[in-house]
Design a binder for this molecule. Structure first.
Ligand code: ATP
Ligand code: LTN
Length: 335
């Protein structure tokens, strides 16, 4: 446990609301292994957050184990890093309640994700969807997190976490570390849907719109072949006028460790067929080794269970210190 206190804390979470996509990989997972050298890291499966949208119980359970296996298959050592499920550490829900009392209704209603998800799930605009960012603030603040790697879509939520932390600290003294966003060099890499390249690729999108981390070569080839492009035939980066082609260039570059310019230069004078072949190959080459490791891990149910148990124990010990301090500060009777 002392090891976890030496370096600054990095916190990240993914909702186990589906199978992770190459968008999650490019925007998040692929950077984590490098970061884990410089930070003490917690990687969480945000299963409580996933409940804000209706889930099939058996699938939520399965996806939670799968995300854990994927984290490890992407090179994260579960001894060195804390890999755990949010619901296994009860302090998250408890701190979220307290923080709810330090967050204003108006702040929550302004959140872009709340507005988007309310529109997409108009039949289920539950209170959890509104208070989602408060639970996220609790996740982060419980561990005295210094940095949170976030994609553009989560920046607003992190700002709110900072506001809540500062509000609480100004009332009760320095209880929370105020977290900084971590914007990686590749933060610009936002992967778009293959069927509608003006929308973000999302694991809860329709099946042909994303490539999952566990898709086989045939599925990858088929989905890329069908990906929306345009009719001008030129391979160049122009997100506004050529979102589909730009997206394929982004994916190819990210998956082959090149810059978008290098990808364009290597395909000069060729058509979209060549771009799609290059994208397909880059994805298959990157995912193959991860997939074989993933298959081995996910089949080992005892190992996954042990990893989650160990992660929850370590996370819980850390979380408890912050929660005790908060309870004391706000005046809850101490036994
Ligand atoms: P959902 O479809 O359930 O809303 P999602 O696929 O959008 O989920 P999240 O679980 O919200 O993914 O995000 C996990 C991490 O992956 C976050 O750090 C997020 O910024 C990153 N991420 C998600 N989608 C993309 C994308 N298309 N491009 C780049 N990064 C992404
Ligand atoms: N809201 C995030 C998932 C998430 C998270 C967090 C990310 C939940 N808690 C804490 C960073 C820190 C998402 O949808 N990407």
């Amino acid at each position: 446990m002392s090891e976890i206190e030496r370096k600054p804390i990095l916190y990240s979470a993914v909702q186990p609301s589906g199978v992770l996509t190459i968008g999650n990989y490019i925007g998040a997972l692929r950077n984590f292994k490098l970061l884990s050298d410089d930070y003490d890291c917690l990687f969480c499966m945000a299963d409580l957050h996933a409940l804000t949208v209706r889930q099939v119980p058996a699938e939520l359970r399965r996806h939670t184990a799968e995300v854990a296996a994927l984290y490890i298959a992407c090179g994260l050592d579960p001894e060195k890093n804390i890999i755990y499920a949010q619901s296994h550490v009860h302090q998250h829900a408890e701190l979220a309640w307290i923080l709810n009392c330090f967050t204003y209704d108006g702040e929550l209603r302004r959140m872009t994700q709340f507005k988007d998800k309310s529109a997409r799930h108009a039949d289920n605009i539950n209170a959890g969807l509104l208070t989602y960012p408060v639970l996220m603030a609790a996740d982060i603040l419980l561990y005295q997190t210094a940095v949170v790697p976030v994609g553009a879509d989560q920046k607003q939520h992190l700002e709110l976490s900072r506001d809540i932390a500062e509000r609480f600290n100004s009332l009760y003294g320095d209880v929370f570390v105020v977290p900084e966003p971590y914007i990686s060099k590749s933060a610009g890499a936002r992967v778009m849907s293959l069927t509608d390249p003006t929308a973000k690729m999302s694991k809860s999108g329709e099946p042909d719109s994303f490539i999952s981390m566990v898709d086989d070569a045939d599925a990858i080839r088929r989905k890329i072949r069908r990906a929306v492009t345009d009719s001008d035939g030129e391979i160049r980066v122009d997100a506004e006028n050529k979102p589909g082609v730009t997206n394929l260039i982004t994916i190819t570059a990210a998956m082959s460790g090149r810059t978008p310019d290098e990808v364009c230069a290597s395909l000069q004078g060729q058509g979209y067929g060549a771009l799609k072949d290059a994208a397909t190959q880059a994805i298959i080459d990157t995912l193959s080794p991860i997939q074989s490791e993933y298959k081995r891990l996910v089949a080992d149910k005892a190992f996954i269970a042990e990893t989650l148990k160990n992660g929850a124990e370590r996370a819980s010990a850390l979380a408890n210190r912050t929660l005790r301090k908060v309870y004391k500060k706000v005046g809850l009777y101490q036994l």
